[in-house]
Write a protein of this length. Structure first.
Length: 324
């Protein structure tokens, strides 16, 4: 019987992962990706475009090429398809998300030892421009989630959508773009009403926006599609049970529920993105990534039957449930 010899490679790769993150952040901050949007460049060309030393652009170019974020051919660096679509190209720009990770999230993780020892979050400073950085990063990441959901779920055939308690209108906007007859009702925290109203203005004839604190919201209607996006991790167990009951009360028989969030799974190999975000949410502000099994139990108790789970690339997962 042949066995694979033990190696330290995985341990070392994880332990030095912060080095990769810091070089990605630095490349984003100096504008390396937009510099490559027009075509391949050498390290010297990149130095001239970014105003940074050539030894730095060579290090960043080689590191990002080794990680698959750039290609390197004959000493010239170029964007890969994934990078062109999400950094520096014409697609969704995740630069604000990387800026948030570099300036808010990463330094905050220096308090993770305290969180590990106490189970309590660190001290988060969102004063001044830091709030704008935080919000810009979160919304850019939400836009990615919304785009991935639009690729993974067929919004055709639905007529009446309820978006309950979410953080971003982008999810419902993706549904409205995909379905010309769909109407959407947003029931969000009152603080979000102005920004949501502005975001859905192009669809004003097919949307309504109401401000109610999420745990207290009891929407009325017969919705055939319900979204509960990035809600679960922000509330307590009892609050989540109430939110899901209220969502079910507003749903027509057979309606579909899309419950998007990170979950701790019981799969043979846990998905890293969810487990890592459990640490992120806890150290940032004390919010909770719940076990998926618990969330499925809340759904069942509220009158929903889980029928599917969608795994969105680089994004949370979605529990799809049916009103019974």
């Amino acid at each position: 019987m042949t066995t694979t010899p033990a190696t330290p490679q995985r341990i070392v790769d994880i332990a030095v992962g912060y080095m990769a993150a810091q070089q990605l952040f630095a490349a984003n901050r100096i504008g390396l990706f937009p510099a490559l949007a027009a075509g391949p460049l050498t390290a010297a060309d990149l130095a001239a475009r970014t105003g940074r030393p050539e030894k730095i652009t060579r290090i960043l170019g080689d590191a990002l090429a080794s990680l698959g974020l750039l290609s390197r051919v004959d000493g010239r660096y170029a964007l890969t398809a994934d990078t062109a679509a999400h950094l520096g190209g014409d697609g969704l720009d995740l630069a604000p998300f990387l800026t948030f990770l570099e300036t808010i999230s990463y330094p905050h993780w220096q308090q993770f030892a305290h969180t590990t020892d106490t189970g309590e979050p660190g001290d988060l400073d969102l004063t001044g421009e830091r709030w704008d950085t935080f919000l810009g990063g979160v919304m850019a990441y939400n836009a990615l989630h919304a785009r991935q959901l639009a690729h993974a779920f067929d919004f055709g055939g639905f007529k009446n959508l309820l978006d309950l308690g979410g953080l971003s209108a982008e999810f419902a906007l993706g549904a409205l773009r995909a379905n010309d007859v769909l109407r959407a009702t947003f029931v969000y925290d009152p603080r979000s009403v102005p920004s949501v109203t502005a975001a859905v203005a192009p669809f004003a004839d097919r949307t309504a926006v109401h401000g109610v604190p999420t745990p207290e919201a009891e929407p009325e209607g017969e919705f055939d599609l319900v979204m509960v996006n990035h809600v679960v991790h922000r509330f307590t167990v009892d609050e989540n049970r109430a939110i899901l009951r209220h969502a079910r009360a507003a749903a027509a028989p057979g309606a579909r529920l899309l419950l998007l969030d990170f979950f701790l799974d019981d799969d043979a190999t846990p998905r890293a993105l969810d487990a890592l975000h459990a640490g992120e949410y806890l150290v940032i502000d004390g919010t909770v990534v719940y076990p998926e099994a618990d969330v499925r139990g809340w759904l069942s108790g509220a009158g929903w039957r889980t029928v599917d789970r969608l795994t969105l690339p680089g994004s949370p997962r979605v529990l799809v449930a049916e009103a019974v």
